[in-house]
Design a protein around this ligand. Structure first.
Ligand code: RFL
Ligand code: PHB
Length: 389
């Protein structure tokens, strides 16, 4: 098989890149290790920045997102009796869109398939070769057979546990990492959300988040310790813990029901650089991880692939390699700012096991400052809606 851009992974990065390249007449093949059903069932992020939604529109995959996504002009933060509303629209003129990653993934898979795109599931890429010189190639296993794709470029969109990052030699690759001493236990249920807007909660028992997927489907999270297992959390235990942590008015409105999905995600911050090595380009979780507190993971994946698609368009359309050369630096400038914001929001809202009374005092002072300062709220809003792409 031969293609212009071989894409490893059919998460949002790989699918969106493939669709953006298609719009510009550039051929790609997407190879995905998991089955189609598995990829379509995965529950992850829920908030799209306006810039991400615009990229999805440019990719021609926005019909359902625009019909079903819910525009949010504000977001709530709660701590004790204090409730802060950040007026995103008022401070920035921009909003965010609540539309699940699960739905976006479905839209992109269906779009690629409807357009006859080459999207191969259960295709495990086991080797990536010749990215430094000559013609790059990928080897993948599919249905018990080993096959090869030869290409001009490889896009490593294979997430944090993929193989493409490891193709960058250790003396070239720098990894910057912070692991947080807790995780998020998430629950999805067909119950109406407790609030019109998301509520991030700093509670003495730990962080909580009230989010949603639609007016009839809620997504809730509670901070948990890393040694906890999801089996130890019955739905009843989850609902009781959530109710304790939510502000009183929201707790009073909480409707419970059976969980559709329940899982624990660890929290970490990772940045790897450079994001390019020869003819291999990393995008999305393959290159960086953010804790979910600022809802930035999926949005960074979208800005990476937007920059990468532009760079390929420059190369194939005008023979211009400047954007390919500048790809890593352009991405990292935006990534580090989102990393900073996600780390800051995580530090502001969680209970840390080793937190001293001094640390707690600083946290409360920071929340107090956010509640009282229009400037602090504007800075929050600017980052939450997403810095310019
Ligand atoms: P993905 O979505 O991980 O997709 C990578 C794909 O590559 C495939 N793959 C391979 N395919 C072929 N051959 C190989 N050798 C392969 N190795 C891996 C994988 O099967 C997979 O399908 O990365 P992508 O596309 O960069 O997208 C990034 C986003 O998915 C991610 O940033 C967010 O979902 C992060 N994230 C969250 N972000 C939020 O903003 N809010 C959230 O609530 C939120 N929850 C989450 C999350 C990420 C999670 N992960 C990665 C464990 C919850 C979880 C559990
Ligand atoms: C979600 O709805 O899954 C969600 C929303 C906001 C976040 C993280 C996750 O910051």
């Amino acid at each position: 098989m031969r293609t212009q851009v071989a894409i490893v992974g059919a998460g949002p990065s790989g699918l969106l890149l493939s669709q953006l390249l298609h719009v510009h007449g550039i051929d790609s093949i997407v190879l995905e290790r998991r089955s189609r059903a598995y990829v379509l069932a995965r529950v992850r992020a829920g908030v799209l920045e306006q810039g991400t939604a615009d990229i999805v529109r440019r990719a021609g995959a926005a019909t359902r997102m625009d019909a079903e996504g819910i525009v949010h002009g504000g977001v709530g933060i709660s701590c004790g009796d204090r409730r802060i509303r950040i007026d995103l629209a008022g401070h920035t003129g921009r909003t965010v869109l609540v539309y699940g990653q699960t739905e976006l993934t479905r839209d992109l898979v269906e779009k690629r398939e409807a357009l006859g795109g080459k999207l191969i599931f259960e295709a495990d890429v086991v080797a990536i070769e010749h990215v430094e010189a000559g013609e790059p190639s990928l080897t993948f296993r599919h249905g018990g057979i080993e096959r090869r794709v030869v290409c001009d470029f490889v896009a490593g969109c294979d997430g944090f546990h993929g193989i493409s990052r490891n193709c960058i030699p250790p003396h070239v690759l720098q990894v910057h990492e912070r692991i947080y001493p807790f995780g998020w236990l998430g629950l999805l249920s067909d119950t109406p959300p407790v609030s019109e807007e998301l509520i991030y909660v700093n509670h003495e028992r730990g962080f909580a988040l009230a989010s949603m997927r639609s007016r009839a489907r809620s997504r809730y999270y509670v901070q948990c310790s890393l040694d906890e297992r999801v089996e130890d959390w019955s739905d009843e235990r989850f609902w009781a813990e959530l109710k304790t942590r939510l502000p009183a008015d929201a707790a009073a409105r909480l409707e419970t029901g059976p969980s559709l999905e329940k899982s624990i995600a660890p929290l970490r911050s990772v940045v790897t650089e450079p994001m390019r090595h020869g003819r291999l380009f990393l995008a999305g979780d393959a290159a960086h991880i953010v804790p979910p507190t600022g809802a930035k993971g999926l949005n960074l994946a979208a800005s990476d692939v937007h920059y990468l698609a532009e760079a390929f368009v420059g190369f194939y359309g005008r023979g211009d390699e400047a954007a390919l050369d500048g790809y890593s630096a352009r991405c990292l400038s935006r990534i580090w700012k989102a990393e900073r914001f996600s780390w800051w929001m995580t530090s502001l809202l969680h209970r840390f096991p080793d937190q001293t009374s001094f640390d707690r005092g600083v946290q409360l002072a920071e929340l107090d400052y956010l509640a009282q300062s229009r400037h602090a709220q504007a800075a929050f809003a600017e980052n939450y809606v997403g810095l310019p792409i």
